[in-house]
Ligand binder design. Structure first.
Ligand SMILES: O=P(O)(O)OC[C@H]1O[C@H](OP(=O)(O)OP(=O)(O)O)[C@H](O)[C@@H]1O
Ligand SMILES: Nc1ncnc2[nH]cnc12
Length: 181
């Protein structure tokens, strides 16, 4: 489905140069979240795209993925599953290491959170190198599910994440792009 992204979404995202490391242009969605009109436009755009599409689970990746994934899960009546940084989930987990734009990390998923045949929507605030979403999709696959789609508020195409995620057969929705700005 093609939709026009309201300008308020991009306009409400702040950019901080050289955070958290020199050379990084940090796209800060806290200013979007603090703007109720922009936040509503963001969640509504996701609802329009993903209603009645047969998803059985929505995954949000810690931490900013929780902020956009949980309201979508509530609105669509689809279970919300958190993928978390190490040591945060209390029951048995599977793990996946991955590289970030500015570091490396590990993600974990409860082993009983995904069942074979699940059709999973991945939600995160931002797509940069695609390492986070690739690791999350691998966790889903290890448990027999299939991440078919991934939704982002922001994509940074210069960092190659879109090709990396599409190569895995995952369809991307991005509401906003930042390129050399
Ligand atoms: O496409 P990638 O190169 O993987 O980068 C994107 C990821 O990086 C950020 O999360 P971060 O790991 O900084 O964690 P946070 O949400 O807890 O701040 C962002 O929220 C995405 O999850
Ligand atoms: N440039 C960026 N801005 C905000 N979050 C990010 N996560 C990875 N790269 C980022």
């Amino acid at each position: 489905m093609t939709q026009v992204t309201p300008a308020i979404i991009k306009n409400s995202i702040a950019t901080i140069a050289d955070y958290p490391k020199p050379g990084i242009m940090f796209r800060d969605v806290t200013t979007l979240m603090a703007n109720p009109e922009a936040f509503k436009a963001t969640i509504d755009a996701f609802i329009n795209e993903y209603k009645n599409q047969g998803f059985t689970k929505i995954i949000g990746t810690e931490s900013r993925g929780f902020i956009f994934g949980a309201p979508l899960s509530y609105a669509l009546g689809i279970p919300f599953i958190p993928v978390r940084k190490p040591g945060k989930l209390p029951r048995e987990v599977i793990r996946q290491d991955y590289l970030l734009e500015y570091g490396e990390d590990t993600l974990e998923l409860h082993v009983d959170a995904i069942v074979p045949g699940d059709k999973v929507l991945l939600v995160d605030d931002l797509l940069a190198t695609g390492g986070t979403i690739e690791a999350t999709a691998k966790l889903v696959a290890k448990l027999g599910g299939k991440a078919t789609d991934a939704a982002f508020v922001v994509s940074l195409p210069e960092l190659g994440g879109e090709q990396r995620v599409e190569k895995m057969g995952i369809k991307i929705l991005k509401l906003v792009e930042f390129e050399g700005e």
